[in-house]
Design a protein around this ligand. Structure first.
Ligand code: NAI
Ligand code: MG
Length: 509
């Protein structure tokens, strides 16, 4: 087992704003006011790099969800939000993006502290992408359009119809988000809901409640009216379940495990609220023999190791053409061994800890089961000793399709590498041999193979000669058990609007 080395001199010092923020007990945001949980309970927030408690957050449950839904309902039906012009709403959404950038360093530090991911990643990806989501969605507020339709019904002589559709905000939305990209997931959810004119109750993950609460503060600063966004921190089984089962919530949007996604869908049947789900994955990343190998090797390593492998679309099944198998696997293993694992606040760190002891146990369990089943680790294979929830970047070979490590989502820095012979149906069958269908990667210079594979792979996103490219304009979501609906782009607005047909009869005589 290797030790986690931490260089004190390259460690980022916390800003005064962040130090103050974590020093105070964090409250719930309900109807524009910061309030304690009705029960008065709080829960501890941990630094995954040390296992130490860094903050305390209010433990909201059913009663708080009820209060928050009531505030969101009032804001939707009676408040200024739904009466504002789309342009006025767009300006506020844009301002939220601006303020995220204004406090970029505070958000970056807070996210790194809470989730564990490297500060270079929060500064370079999580926070700017979150700002961009609000900026992008601000523009949609003024562009949600219905259409005018030509009817062909055999109508009464002397009578004609003018028909059109209206796209209206769906209403009060419940949003339940995970801990792997806490701020960014809040942005993916809130941006489009606000652009559509909805009001929201957001439940952040219990592992990482902090940046969503800071976002709550800046949304008030941006001028968002009370009750439009309510934030209830707390646990899934209590606060989350109360939100997904609430009879006065019109729509629930969830990102997290497939297991909980199914619970949400069931909980939604009470009032048949609309549901969108962004769930797990076991995404194939395919390297063909004609690929630019250095790029494919570096890209395949980053496809699995980015964010400690805690990415729903991680390229966790590396499928490599047989004649280049050794070269690619050795290349990825070499990168895995060279990755600097350490505390996220150290600017030299390339990979941080996993988010929690539960995830550490889960990923360690997969490593153990892989070993027992006969898989071989060419790199890594163990957790790291000492404090914090660190796991070594791992490459597994000699896996077979019946192994747990091959089939199930590990959600850690662990890739299984498997050879394939040629580009026949077997490869497509192999790539599609999963209950999931979130993403896929293809590395090749042959455009014909790109088109063939891109069409045949059952996944919501196919990256070619790149991986993990996300953009506010690119729809993202899953086939099969990876989910329902799409996030981002114009597509996501369908999740937050209802289409109303209006048909007006008039006399032509
Ligand atoms: P989870 O699905 O339990 O948690 C995600 C969110 O759902 C959290 O906000 C949680 O409080 C909430 N939640 C949990 N139970 C709920 C319930 N009964 N009703 C309503 N909300 C509920 O995920 P968890 O346990 O943190 O991680 C387990 C596995 O899930 C991971 O190992 C990974 O495989 C997968 N996962 C996938 C994510 C993705 O981005 N698709 C994100 C996080 C986890
Ligand atoms: Mg869970």
């Amino acid at each position: 087992m290797s030790e986690v080395a931490e260089k004190i001199e390259t460690r980022v010092a916390l800003s005064a704003k962040v130090a103050k923020f974590i020093g105070q007990k964090r409250k719930l945001l309900i109807d524009g006011k910061w309030t304690e949980a009705a029960s008065g309970k709080t829960f501890e927030v941990f630094d995954p790099a040390t296992g130490q408690v860094i903050a305390h957050a209010a433990e909201g449950d059913k009663e708080d969800i009820n209060r928050a839904v009531k505030a969101a309902r009032f804001a939707f039906e009676k408040g200024p939000w739904s009466r504002m012009t789309p342009s006025e709403r767009g300006k506020i959404i844009w301002k939220i993006g601006d303020l995220i950038l204004k406090y970029q360093e505070d958000f970056s530090q807070l996210e790194t502290l809470d989730n564990g991911k490297p500060i270079n990643v929060t500064r370079g990806a999580d926070v700017p992408l979150a700002a961009d989501m609000f900026h992008y969605m601000a523009g949609w507020a003024t562009k949600i359009e219905g259409s005018q339709l030509s009817l062909s019904v055999p109508y009464t002589p002397g009578q004609s119809y003018h028909a059109y559709t209206r796209r209206e905000a769906i209403g009060v939305v419940g949003q339940i988000i995970p801990w792997n990209f806490p701020l960014l997931m809040a942005a993916w959810k809130l941006g489009p809901a606000l652009a559509a004119g909805c009001t929201v109750v957001l439940k952040p993950a219990e592992e990482t409640p902090l940046t969503a609460l800071l976002l709550g503060e800046i949304m008030i600063e941006a001028g968002l009216p009370p009750g439009v966004v309510n934030i209830v921190t707390g646990f899934g089984e209590t606060a989350g379940a109360a939100l997904s089962g609430h009879m006065d919530v019109d729509k629930i949007a969830f990102t997290g495990s497939t297991e909980v996604g199914k619970l949400i869908a069931r909980a939604a049947t009470g009032n048949l609220k609309k549901v969108s789900l962004e769930l797990g994955g076991k995404s194939p990343n395919i390297v063909l023999e004609d690929a630019d190998l250095p790029a494919a090797i570096a890209g395949s390593a980053s496809a699995i190791y980015f964010n400690q492998g805690q990415v729903c679309c991680a390229g966790s099944r590396l499928l490599i053409q047989q004649n280049i198998f050794d070269e690619v696997v050795e290349g990825v293993s070499k990168i895995a061994k060279s990755i600097k694992v350490g505390a996220g606040l150290d600017t030299q760190t390339e990979m941080g800890p996993l988010v929690s002891t539960i995830q550490l146990d889960r990923v360690s369990g997969f490593l153990k089961s892989g070993k027992e089943d006969g898989a071989k680790a060419l790199a890594g294979g163990n957790r790291k000793s000492g404090a914090g929830y660190f796991v070594e970047p791992t490459v597994l070979v000699n896996t077979t399709p019946n192994m747990k490590v091959y089939q199930e989502e590990i959600f850690g820095p662990v890739v299984t590498a498997v050879p394939f012979k040629n580009l026949d149906d077997a490869l497509v069958a192999q790539a599609n041999d999963s209950i999931y269908g979130l993403a896929a990667g293809i590395w090749t210079k042959d455009v014909g193979k790109v088109h063939r594979l891109a069409a045949q792979i059952k996944a919501g996103t196919v990256w070619v000669n790149c991986y993990n490219i996300f953009d506010a304009s690119l729809p993202f979501g899953g086939y099969k058990q990876s989910g329902w609906g799409r996030e981002m782009g114009a597509e996501v607005l369908k999740n937050y609007t209802e289409t109303k047909s209006v048909c007006i009869g008039y006399s032509t005589e």
